[in-house]
Ligand binder design. Structure first.
Ligand SMILES: Nc1ncnc2c1ncn2[C@@H]1O[C@H](COP(=O)(O)OP(=O)(O)OP(=O)(O)O)[C@@H](O)[C@H]1O
Length: 681
């Protein structure tokens, strides 16, 4: 496990691709020898030491002057490279032979140099069909193969295979985190007749990303992006936005820079990329948590004549403020190696978006002043018209194609339940007792998230679940150390924790495919926020539940938060109240289809107006319809309307979302919760 983590880290830094896994392995063995330990004796504390050891071995010790940002220093001293120089250098790349080896190199260094040469040689294969003006009309790429090195099947495909085939295999993803996918064969394995018939995009989607088909709009977005055009993508949470830029990044010449708001989000994305079933996509990130050495490693990779890394994740702050990074990106741009900018979670650009980030706003200016010809792809799951217009204008891409996928997620069963209050007959807090029963009814294997309002609550609720329900739960909030947070996330992904009790800090970027339930223990501050958080459920498209516990008493608490927040202006407060009121209206509407209410909010008309059976209100309307595996619960919705009793006794009807009139002592609500487990899956 320690080796797995160490290797993964080296790959995340973009380093493993250059040196190869066997060099990483040799270094690891050297590390064990130096500590006089075997692997089983290593603890996770040794991981960081290994990274340091790795750098010592391959980069030499950190000198005093290394504290200065190395890239800034180089940028100051390096003469600007002309296009001719770059071309000449690149021509000589492939000619690096034994005779060019520096005198006095140790066998180790020589070994490293040869590996570097081998890896550097590979991207030629890809460029041979990318030089086409229209970049990638996939059919053309397959129909007009380059002349070089025919291998398996069509040349476009074999180029990809050759490129990825040479990349070392990173350790496989942890079992419980890996989405259930068909077995993916390595890219350099021979193609089946079906694969022979595929175009490049389908082939890469299958062999590199393990997907048997594209989801709605993915292909159209990818084709647009590959033509070098700007684009704006509105896709629901879990809709598959990442593939829209990751696949083009893989088959386009140069580096794709992804601007991402959160550290954990970047780390997750990079981890997923470097461990793709096919053997890994070269990706890396820069962030404030990295050590100087780690940053240096990434910069060194980016400063190569032709970086191997295809995707670089950065924060907006780095794009705006890092002179070192700016100089590298400009150099790549001059050499035609800056493929595109991706603005992930693009709603952060707009002050109307629920996660507004001031530095995101500056992306447009930086782009216009320094990289005006580099295309931009902006993606978000927040689709109000206000946000969309704002983002397009700030990024300076107002006239680009906009791709919209319906925000209706039919696999999510939405419900609002009156939060039980008081105590159960045996003296337990009714709301927590109900929660325990609900989670237990889901079964031990059902992974879930409970959103609570405060940091304190994360710990107290998690403790209650552990003590009273023997549920493997842990709290998560922004006040925990990054290490603690990563541990909780990893334990949850691996299934060692069933439930994470979290504040909204546990949100963007959580990509566990099989989250079967998300319970909001308190309402969100806005519908956008709710949609994002609830949307963590069912990303594998399987039926999952989103239960919101509503208590009118939670509203004043949220209002107090709005009033007391740092730097609150009256305008912000008014805006916050407006959003909160909409959220409250959603909760107290005991009649309309909840999916329809959400879509309405995002400006989308829901054809038919009702989901039928994927929300509490629609299920309640269907109470007279026989349902094979539901059960009926007498109760009332949050709006106070009593649910109708079915006429035929014994007819099974789901109505779990209506909190029972027994809510006073909690027992009815608990029963109502439990019945959720019997919803059709
Ligand atoms: N074509 C596809 N076939 C099968 N699975 C896919 C496909 N595209 C994406 N996925 C999977 O769907 C899940 C969600 O994708 P992704 O992380 O890109 O969502 P997203 O739109 O970025 O969501 P969010 O806004 O929540 O970050 C991932 O596990 C991804 O591997």
């Amino acid at each position: 496990m320690v080796y797995h983590n160490c290797v993964q880290k080296i790959f995340e830094l973009g380093y493993g691709y250059t040196l190869g896994e066997d060099v990483v392995l040799e270094t690891f063995q050297g590390f064990l020898r130096s500590r006089d330990k075997n692997e089983s004796k290593l603890s996770s504390a040794d991981e960081r030491d290994f990274i340091e050891f790795f750098f010592e071995q391959h980069e030499g010790p950190l000198s005093a002057t290394d504290d200065e940002d190395d890239t800034d220093r180089q940028a100051r001293h390096q003469p600007e490279e002309s296009e001719e120089d770059a071309e000449a250098d690149s021509a000589s790349d492939g000619c690096l032979d034994d005779s060019s080896a520096e005198e006095g190199q140790s066998p180790d260094q020589e070994h490293k140099r040869r590996r570097v040469q081998r890896i550097l040689d590979e991207p030629d294969e890809i460029e041979s069909f990318e030089d086409d003006d229209d970049l990638l009309d996939a059919e053309t790429a397959v129909a007009q193969p380059p002349k070089k090195k025919a291998a398996t099947g069509s040349h476009g495909q074999s180029s990809i295979a050759a490129f990825f085939g040479k990349l070392p295999l990173a350790a496989p993803p942890e079992a419980s985190y890996a989405p259930s996918r068909p077995e993916v064969r390595s890219v350099d394995e021979a193609m089946s007749p079906e694969e022979e018939a595929m175009d490049l995009l389908d082939f890469v989607n299958l062999r590199v990303f393990g997907n048997t088909a594209f989801r709605e709009e993915q292909r159209r977005v990818i084709e647009t992006v590959l033509k070098g055009r700007d684009a704006f993508v509105l896709m629901p949470t879990g809709g598959g936005k990442s593939l829209c830029y990751q696949l083009p990044a893989v088959i386009t010449r140069g580096l794709t820079v992804v601007i991402s708001p959160l550290l954990s989000l970047m780390q997750d994305q990079v981890r997923a990329l470097v461990t793709t079933a096919s053997g890994g996509v070269p990706a890396t990130y820069l962030n404030s948590q990295q050590t100087e050495r780690e940053r240096k490693a990434v910069f060194a990779e980016l400063q190569k004549e032709r970086p191997t890394v295809k995707l670089l994740y950065i924060t907006p702050e780095q794009l705006v403020a890092s002179a070192a990074l700016g100089s590298i990106l400009e150099s790549l741009q001059r050499r035609g190696l800056l493929a595109r900018f991706v603005v992930d979670e693009a709603h952060c650009v707009s002050q109307w978006g629920h996660d507004f980030r001031p530095d995101y706003k500056k992306i447009g200016e930086v782009k216009a002043s320094k990289y005006s010809r580099v295309p931009v792809l902006a993606l978000t799951a927040t689709a109000t018209d206000k946000v969309k217009t704002d983002v397009l204008s700030i990024l300076g891409i107002s006239r680009c194609p906009v791709f919209t996928v319906s925000f209706f997620r039919s696999n999510l069963v939405l419900s609002v339940v009156r939060k039980p209050s008081g105590r159960t007959p045996d003296g337990k807090p009714a709301e927590l007792d109900a929660l325990v029963k609900y989670i237990k009814a889901q079964g031990k294997d059902a992974s879930g998230i409970i959103y609570v309002i405060s940091r304190d609550n994360t710990m107290t609720v998690a403790q209650y679940l552990k003590d009273e329900g023997e549920i493997a739960a842990h709290g998560y909030h922004a006040g925990m150390t990054p290490k603690q947070r990563v541990k909780v996330q990893n334990d949850w992904r691996r299934g060692e924790l069933q439930v994470v009790v979290a504040t909204i800090a546990f949100g963007m970027g959580i990509d566990k495919p099989d989250v079967r339930f998300v319970v909001h223990y308190s309402l969100s501050k806005s519908i956008e926020g709710y949609y994002q958080e609830a949307g963590r459920a069912g990303r594998d498209s399987k039926r999952s539940e989103c239960v919101l516990l509503y208590a009118a008493g939670d509203i004043p608490r949220l209002v107090r938060l709005l009033r007391g927040g740092r730097g609150r202006s009256k305008a912000k407060f008014t805006k916050g109240m407006e959003l909160l009121n909409k959220m409250k209206n959603y909760c107290t509407n005991d009649n309309a289809c909840r999916h329809s209410l959400l879509l309405d909010y995002f400006g989308e008309r829901f054809a038919g107006g009702r989901c039928g059976q994927a929300c509490d209100n629609c299920l309640a309307r269907h109470m007279h319809s026989p349902r094979p595996d539901g059960i009926w619960q007498d109760g009332e919705g949050v709006g106070g309307k009593k649910a109708k009793r079915p006429k035929k006794s014994g007819t099974a009807v789901a109505g779990h979302t209506r909190a029972s009139r027994g809510g006073q002592n909690g027992s009815g609500a608990a029963a109502a919760f439990v019945s959720a487990a019997s919803l059709p899956r």
